[in-house]
Ligand binder design. Structure first.
Ligand SMILES: [Zn+2]
Length: 249
C-alpha cells in the first residue's frame, strides 16, 4: 500500500476489530483455533505478496489506455465515487462467478473450507483466486480509467469491510439490522459461510449490501449462534492440502 495514512487507518481498524472480537464474542471458537488462525494467516501472506504487485501492474496498464467510459465530466470526487461503485459491483459479480463456475469454485473453496469465522478468515484466500481476480479487474480498470491510487483505496475499503463481516463480533441486534441496510455485516456474511450449499450460494456482496437485493441473491436468514460453518459435505484441509486444492480436486 503506497499511502501510509491508508495503511495506518487499516491497521488501526483491524486492531479494533480484533479487540472487539475478544470483548463481545458471538460464537465460541473451536479448541484448535490457533492452528486455524495460523493456516489462515499463512494463506493470506502468500496471497498478499502477489496482490500489491498485481494491483500496480493493473493500474499501470489501465493508466496508459484511453478509458472506454470517460468520467472527467463528473469532476474528481464524482469520478472517484463512480469508480468505487463500479469496483464494488464488479467484486460482487466475480464472487458470484466463483460460486457458479465450477473451475473458479476450485480456487474459492479454500476460503469456504474454514470451519469457523473470525477476522483471520478475511485473509484466507488461495493465491490463485487473487491472481484471477487481479487479472479480471483489468476489465473495469480499462473501461473506467481506474488508476493505481483508486485501486489501492478500494482494496483498503474492501479489506476493512471483509475483516468486519467475517469477524466473530456479537453486535446489538437493532444496530446490526440498521447497519446491514447499507453495508455487509457479520450476520449477512456468516450466512454465506453456512455449511449448507443453498445458503453458501447467496449473499455475495462485499461492501454495499444493496447489490444482493438488486440482483436477487439476498438471503434473509440471520446468523444463528452455533450454526455449522464450512462447505457442505467437506472438511477443512491442512495448509499444504489447501495450497494444492484447486489443482488436485
Ligand atoms: Zn464465497
Amino acid at each position: 500500500m503506497s499511502d501510509p495514512w491508508l495503511a495506518s487507518a487499516l491497521a488501526l481498524w483491524i486492531a479494533l476489530v480484533l479487540a472487539l472480537e475478544r470483548l463481545a464474542v458471538a460464537q465460541t471458537p473451536p479448541a484448535d483455533n490457533l492452528r486455524r488462525i495460523l493456516r489462515n494467516v499463512g494463506l493470506g501472506l502468500i496471497a498478499l505478496t502477489a496482490a500489491p504487485l498485481l494491483l500496480t501492474l493493473t493500474g499501470r496498464i489501465a493508466g496508459g489506455v484511453e478509458p472506454l467510459v470517460p468520467l472527467d465530466v463528473l469532476g474528481p470526487i464524482g469520478a472517484l465515487a463512480v469508480q468505487l461503485l463500479v469496483l464494488d459491483i464488479w467484486t460482487y459479480g466475480m464472487h458470484r462467478a466463483y460460486h457458479e463456475v465450477p473451475f473458479l469454485w476450485r480456487f474459492h473453496a479454500p476460503h469456504h473450507l474454514d470451519d469457523h469465522l473470525d477476522a483471520s478468515s478475511a485473509f484466507r484466500f488461495h493465491f490463485g483466486e487473487i491472481l484471477i481476480s487481479a487479472a479480471m479487474r483489468l476489465i473495469p480498470a480499462l473501461a473506467f480509467g481506474i488508476d493505481v491510487a483508486t485501486l489501492l483505496l478500494f482494496e483498503a475499503i474492501l479489506t476493512a469491510n471483509a475483516v468486519f463481516h467475517h469477524s466473530n463480533i456479537r453486535l446489538p441486534e437493532r444496530f446490526e439490522k440498521l447497519l446491514s441496510l447499507v453495508i455487509v455485516t457479520p450476520s449477512i456474511h456468516w450466512m454465506h459461510h453456512h455449511k449448507t450449499r443453498v445458503d453458501t450460494d447467496s449473499n455475495y456482496t462485499a461492501i454495499l449490501s444493496i447489490w444482493d437485493r438488486i440482483f436477487g441473491s439476498r438471503n434473509p436468514k440471520p446468523r444463528r449462534i452455533g450454526m455449522p460453518i464450512g462447505v457442505e459435505g467437506e472438511r477443512d484441509r491442512s495448509f499444504g492440502k489447501l495450497l494444492v486444492y484447486p489443482f488436485v480436486r
